[in-house]
Design a protein around this ligand. Sequence first.
Ligand SMILES: NC(=O)c1ccc[n+]([C@@H]2O[C@H](COP(=O)([O-])OP(=O)(O)OC[C@H]3O[C@@H](n4cnc5c(N)ncnc54)[C@H](OP(=O)(O)O)[C@@H]3O)[C@@H](O)[C@H]2O)c1
Length: 272
Amino acid sequence: MVTYKLNDGNQLLAIGCGTNTFGKENQEYMGNINNDTSSIESAIDVGYRRFDTAISYRNETVVALGIKRSQIERKDIFITSKLPGKEGYIDSREHVIQGIEQSLNALDTNYIDLYLIHHPWDNLEQILIVWKVFEEYHQNGVLKSIGVSNFNEEQLLYLIENATIVPAVNQIESNPKNPNNEIINFCLEHGIVPEVWGPFHGIEDSHIKTLEEIGEKYQKNWAQVLLRYQLDRNVAIIPKSHNKERQASNLDVFDFCLSYADKIVITELFKN
Ligand SMILES: NC(=O)c1ccc[n+]([C@@H]2O[C@H](COP(=O)([O-])OP(=O)(O)OC[C@H]3O[C@@H](n4cnc5c(N)ncnc54)[C@H](OP(=O)(O)O)[C@@H]3O)[C@@H](O)[C@H]2O)c1
């Protein structure tokens, strides 16, 4: 699979597997944890080696269990997790350390490949305090790469100007309904890999029709065309599906290239 080189020298597989409803009753975000690892196991089976979880998803233990059951070695799996950007996790250095240790314990690992601040908040100086703890854990090798999520230009610039380490990744929403093109371009210009969550959120029938028409030329479905478009602009993606066929199809996007003309048409869909 294609990888992106992060600004710390590490490699990021271009496609990871979203998991925010995995291991939960009724496959609902707020559902109780039921320890069902089937979606993780099918994802590994069809070739995913990178997983995106978070303390807020409450399913770090389920992700870890699914990985363990697959018997794939830890070194061959890339795990992203996230510290909630909220009270109880960010109030002090000790709280941040507790949060990171909570993730390490839940994931049953002594290192995390990529660790993110899940959401920003208003106090930039306090964000920097949290970030400095991330930097320490990066420097001692426990957090291999560190980044942020849902950060805007001002918040990123503050870290770029005041921190020692520039975030490796900014994980943000992007789809035709909420393209976020400006922040994606800002990240690309500053050596931060933009990573898309919710690639299929808010997709309308008219979008699907356009993407299907393009897909026919390449014998690809609309979702594959949409994902290929994001990859073509050097954006990493973490699509999620509970369905094994759709999981496989979302990964099967490396054997075609969108023409310039087709990219122009899709760019129009992303001009919201
Ligand atoms: N950093 C953040 O603040 C943040 C926020 C939200 C999400 N995330 C992360 O990003 C991941 C992805 O986002 P998401 O799960 O919210 O949304 P998503 O990847 O856009 O998926 C939305 C829905 O699309 C369906 N789908 C997937 N592949 C499809 C295909 N090929 N054709 C048709 N439908 C398809 C899935 O249903 P089926 O299961 O039925 O296939 C899924 O429920 C999350 O799981 C999570 O890890 C991060």
